[in-house]
Write a protein that binds this ligand. Structure first.
Ligand code: ADP
Ligand code: AMP
Length: 226
């Protein structure tokens, strides 16, 4: 694949179901940067069935956060790989202040700079319908919605025709825990990325708008990057 015209390292920050993964997949079709979804990487790890995989799955199924040590190892391995050389959309990372500080260190080590942090703003009450109607194609991480973004053939991936599944953590009870974790541990990152050391990085999109409108708003932000 040719290197992208524009290189950027951008964090998509928002609660579960706010549309980060959906928009990231649309953006990488255009910009060819790497979509680094820690949720997808952890689901791959869980599927291996190793001791660590089983432990990770147990944590994800409860809606809690996987330990920072495991996350730092995953991040380092990925960020150093050639696929991340021409830019990254960070989707689901960082999720707490320690992870954000680690990302700052890694970027400095790589002599790269964060280009932007896009907050996907959406009220909690919009998220139940999005999460309980979400369908995913596990091998690729492609995401659909039963009503808002249905696949062409019911329960089949548009690209491969393979079956779609519902994530085990996409239910009302686990969503409650995930939202609690978001508000207590991840939302403080909005303040973190507003501090003078990260001046000008934080942008906001209203993610309760229809999919195509959110896409346009994200694209406008990315286009405005130097
Ligand atoms: P996240 O990656 O932030 O957890 P997703 O991108 O997987 O969220 O989106 C969650 C669900 O909501 C998916 O089923 C997706 O199709 C749907 N969705 C995403 N963006 C919108 C939107 N703007 N309007 C309506 N539904 C949306
Ligand atoms: P996501 O696919 O982003 O909704 O993430 C699914 C689950 O994976 C979360 O509920 C957490 O259990 C775990 N997870 C994903 N990213 C991280 C992260 N950066 N730190 C800790 N746990 C994570």
């Amino acid at each position: 694949m040719p290197p992208p015209e524009k290189t950027f390292y951008c964090i998509f920050l928002g609660p579960p179901g706010s549309g980060k993964g959906t928009q990231a997949k649309k953006i990488i079709d255009i910009h060819h940067v790497f979509h680094l979804s820690t949720g997808d990487l952890l689901r791959e790890m869980a599927a291996t069935g190793t001791e660590l995989g089983k432990k990770v799955k147990g944590i994800m199924d409860k809606g809690e956060l996987v330990s920072n040590d495991v996350m730092f190892a995953i991040l380092e391995k990925k960020l150093l790989s050639p696929e991340c050389k021409h830019g990254v959309i960070f989707d689901g990372f960082p999720r707490n202040i320690a992870q954000a500080q680690e990302l700052d260190k890694m970027m400095t080590k790589l002599q790269k700079k964060l280009s932007c942090v896009i907050e996907f703003k959406v009220p909690d009450e919009n998220l139940i319908g999005r999460i309980t109607g979400r369908l995913i194609h596990e091998p690729s991480g492609r995401t659909y919605h039963i009503k808002n973004n249905p696949p062409k053939v019911p329960m089949k991936d548009d690209v491969t025709g393979e079956p779609l599944i519902q994530r085990p953590d996409d239910n009302v009870k686990v969503l409650e825990e995930r939202l609690k974790v978001y508000h207590s541990q991840t939302k403080p990152l909005i303040e973190f990325y507003s501090n003078p050391a990260h001046k000008g990085l934080l942008k906001v999109v209203i993610a309760s708008k229809p999919l195509d409108q959110v896409f346009k708003d994200v694209e406008d932000i990315l286009k405005s990057l130097p």
